[in-house]
Design a protein around this ligand. Sequence first.
Ligand code: NAD
Length: 434
Amino acid sequence: MKIGIIGTGYVGLPTGVGLANLGHQVVCVDKIQAKIDSLNAGQLTIYEDGLAEMFERNRTAGRLSFTCSMQQAVSGADIVIIAVGTPPHPVTHEADLQYIYAAAAELAEHLTNYTVVATKSTVPVGTGDKVEEIIRTHNPTARFDVISLPEFLREGFALHDFFHPDRIVIGTNSPQAAAVMQKLYKPFADKTKILQVSRRSSETIKYASNAFLAMKIHYINEMADFCEKAGADVAEVARGMGLDARIGSRFLNAGIGFGGSCFPKDTMAMAYMGRQFKSPLELIETTISGNTQRKVRMAERVLAAVKDMPQAKIAVWGLAFKNGTDDCRQSPAMEIIAELLKYQAHITAYDPQAMANARMLLGDKIAYAPDMYTAAQNADVLVILTEWPQFAAADLAKLAQQMKHKILLDFRNMLDGSKATDLGFNYQRIGKKY
Ligand code: NAD
């Protein structure tokens, strides 16, 4: 099949690479010329595990191409996938749909044959109706169906999730569109549940899923605070809870609060929809405010650890919103740093992949170290904010020698606390008092 993908970001690019790898002819379009130039020069614009090799293989095989021309991506396509951003509106926090609507208007005139226009971006209920209306207005004779095709991939595991999805949700009542999509996903049909629902249900499934996961994280974070006060260990509690199949063990890692480009904006957009439809979503509202507070409280813990040390040097390990990605958008690590900077903190940070993106956001407000040990050199406190595996393997004895004051705030619960305390560290983690 010929597939056009609009938007070559964290969703569009891995999706395009994955579909090309299945043998489809994929043309990705983006409006940012520099991204397209880079991709055409064989240079990836995002970091994702395993993406580089598959990208190069399919590009050289001629199945995957990149352009700024909407026409090249859309005309003759069997499926056009919209994967543009839906950021939060700066004032209302609802999903800002300007990029979706612009893409719909731009693609309309290039529809030639019958085409399935699939919205993969996360969009509020009813967006499909509007996209359909825009395309119809711009091209009254076009033959197309607009479907909802929510994306559930996790950054850092995008390719894994593309090839091994928990489920595929197709939101359409059109038999013709459903047939095209069943054909596309035939290679997955044996091992993956393919769920066909109405477009509005599909749009809701995405938000309801993300809001639920965000609530689960917030729940275990509240339990962690409780455990610290009550003398329990949240890791043991989470293990015990997770063994219950009704609860499940995933998303029960207590930490510094959820972040990234999805959960914060999607919970806000869902809460907005609740207000819009006069159907209050109080659990989600509470999750949002609790999660915002959590990052402030984490910063307060850092400041408390160095309160008697003027000009304290704070080392930070981790800037990305989670491991496996260079994405710093709404990273809790960045938000904690921003909070610390309000108190003129001196911060030296290291992240294996996200330094360039962090530098774009923070500039010279903090110092950047070339490796994790250099970041900790002469530091008064070391704070771990992203769960990169190499941090778990840190040489604690080496750190003990390097740091000025041996204060270790392991906010990702990665290190061996007993070993750290044996080495003389003031060691703190989330959800267990040492
Ligand atoms: P992104 O910002 O990384 O990428 C969006 C891309 O679309 C950008 O490169 C932008 O230049 C391009 N674009 C915007 N308007 C365009 C137009 N008219 N024509 C061509 N290109 C255009 O965004 P993302 O993280 O890939 O997210 C895309 C959507 O997928 C969002 O709705 C998001 O909520 C959703 N989503 C994201 C993830 C994730 O992990 N990032 C997971 C699931 C769903």
